[in-house]
Design a binder for this molecule. Sequence first.
Ligand SMILES: Cc1cc2nc3c(=O)[nH]c(=O)nc-3n(C[C@H](O)[C@H](O)[C@H](O)COP(=O)(O)OP(=O)(O)OC[C@H]3O[C@@H](n4cnc5c(N)ncnc54)[C@H](O)[C@@H]3O)c2cc1C
Length: 410
Amino acid sequence: MRTVAVIGGGASGMMASVTAASNGAHVILLEHNDRIGKKILSTGNGRCNFTNTRQEPVCYHSEDPAFPWKVVENFNAQSVISFFLRLGIYSKNRNGYIYPNSDQARAVLDAFQMEIDRLDIEVHTGVNCTDVRPVKKGFVISTDKGTVRADRVILSAGSKAAPSTGSDGSGYDLAKKLGHRIIPVLPALVQLRCREKFFKDIAGVRAQGTVSVWTKEMCIARETGEIQLTDYGISGIPVFQVSRYASRLLYEKKEVYALLDFMPDFTGEQMYAFLRARAGTRPEKKAGMFLIGLFHQKLSDLWIRLSGIHEEKKAGDLSDSELKTLSSMIKEFRVSVTAANPFEKAQVCCGGVDTKEVDPVTMESAYVPGLHLAGELLDVDGMCGGYNLTFAWASGHAAGLAASLADTKN
Ligand SMILES: Cc1cc2nc3c(=O)[nH]c(=O)nc-3n(C[C@H](O)[C@H](O)[C@H](O)COP(=O)(O)OP(=O)(O)OC[C@H]3O[C@@H](n4cnc5c(N)ncnc54)[C@H](O)[C@@H]3O)c2cc1C
């Protein structure tokens, strides 16, 4: 019987283990935390958004853009939903976002644990893997508790995001030692820090809008949704979605700014005309109250102040240029992005093992026959909405299947 060692007991490692064991392999799962699947517990705010029925290539990013889709196509959202149904997880669909019906991330981990027990997978927790060495027949894995021998190895040690859950980036070192190139690893799906001092005045405000990331007058990414303003910058799902681009530009030492559009349904001209008409309807209204009912008071106060308009001025006395300034504050509120929040706050990382060196069907290394790689360790990051777990399941499944079946090495 072939022995498959899986390094890292997160989403991709558990999927790889269960798949390999279901296909007849003897699986040894090595995890340096005191338990497996710790990160899963915090996914989807404790509810685990484990896939999404909207699946398109644009939902995944990589320097090798075709790679993620080749992997996901072979184990798509329907395969994920069916897999979990077999494990007892009945799913709940919220506009395409899929959760366990119980709304408990714990259920996903419990289901895996039961399957791992049923398949007699050897789980070793509290074991830190420090080296993987290909030998004549298989591999020798060095750990802080001694060595482990295996015919095949699946490296699924995750990224650097949320390191308190165990993903401390050590997987990159292991992959590098085996000859793989690491594309610089940066925080993604994360908040963005901004330079402006006024953020402390608008902290806590949430508003529907569009956020776009720019460098040198060029728009790099754009997303609409609920923007959250914090005392240090911007957050919320649309900010998370564009954060990977800001992270990369900042890493390249480029100047980055974001434009916030708080009225995306209006063009600039429509916004101006709207404000002009509003001023005409209630000309006696003070400027300080002019935007009340349209935007949060904190935002309205800030814009009036930044526009240099006296708050006691009557709406009817607002000049064209004052209304235009207000209109552009609402439509193109420019903030300077100085940093992405650190890995501790990031949900995922962009960058990782160069996927040009990995087969998308078997997840086997191009350099080391018998070594398979899966999950976020690779240079693949998905959008917020169940895509990162989908890639973890799909790549883990492919690796587990190939490691148990293929016979290229021995
Ligand atoms: C707060 C938060 C919420 C999220 N919510 C969602 C969501 O709702 N939907 C979604 O799709 N994605 C979500 N994600 C992203 C998703 O959780 C990850 O993309 C996914 O878990 C990655 O799986 P993985 O197996 O590659 O890595 P991980 O799950 O990080 O697993 C890697 C494992 O390897 C272990 N390990 C690392 N190095 C070693 C070593 N040297 N020796 C032994 N063991 C090692 C680690 O301890 C860890 O258990 C969220 C992430 C976070 C942080």
